[in-house]
Design a protein around this ligand. Structure first.
Ligand SMILES: CC(C)(COP(=O)(O)OP(=O)(O)OC[C@H]1O[C@@H](n2cnc3c(N)ncnc32)[C@H](O)[C@@H]1OP(=O)(O)O)[C@@H](O)C(=O)NCCC(=O)NCCS
Length: 137
């Protein structure tokens, strides 16, 4: 695998809970796609799963190397889980364009969370991934 870039991020679950309490559905809709909201809503510890996705988006952004600018929106990066639970990355909009410019065929992500924190790591590769879905699939 030809690794182009790596990114990592950690999120404080209490901080995310605070944002959720303060801004409710508006916050959810700004940050998370419908697929992501549906996945987390069904979980017993929904905030942890949301925090995991928040961290994953930040980690992917570090792979892209641009920061939150140039018209990038949070929902340009979507985390979907395969039937086995493995998270996959789907890029759309500006993020997709940047990934194409960088020659990224795949972004792999791994997520972990406990009650207090969520951590995600992302790796961008110029080679299509075998099992996991590719960018924008
Ligand atoms: C993957 C696994 C080891 C995670 O361990 P854990 O310490 O309990 O939980 P962590 O907080 O470290 O990780 C949770 C994250 O692991 C990821 N994950 C889950 N299943 C995964 C898998 N098969 N491969 C890679 N990552 C996986 C998810 O991103 C999950 O977070 P999310 O649900 O918010 O997306 C555990 O969930 C497991 O053994 N899963 C088996 C999957 C399984 O049996 N699925 C049955 C259907 S085939």
């Amino acid at each position: 695998m030809n690794v182009v870039a790596h990114g990592i991020d950690m999120v404080d679950c209490a901080r995310l809970r605070e944002m959720l309490d303060r801004h409710g559905q508006k916050f959810l809709d700004r940050i998370f796609t419908t697929v992501e909201q549906d996945y987390c809503r069904d979980k017993k510890r929904a905030v942890e799963h949301l925090a995991g996705r928040f961290a994953a988006k930040e980690a992917v952004l570090k792979v892209l190397g641009t920061g939150w600018r140039d018209g990038i929106t949070w929902t340009d990066i979507e985390i979907r889980n395969s039937p086995s639970g493995q998270p996959t990355v789907r890029l759309t909009g500006r993020c997709r364009k940047i990934a194409d410019e960088l020659g990224l065929a795949t972004v792999l992500v791994s997520i972990t969370h406990i009650g207090t924190h969520a951590i995600a790591s992302a790796i961008g590769s110029s080679q299509p991934s075998g099992g996991a879905k590719g960018i924008g699939d």
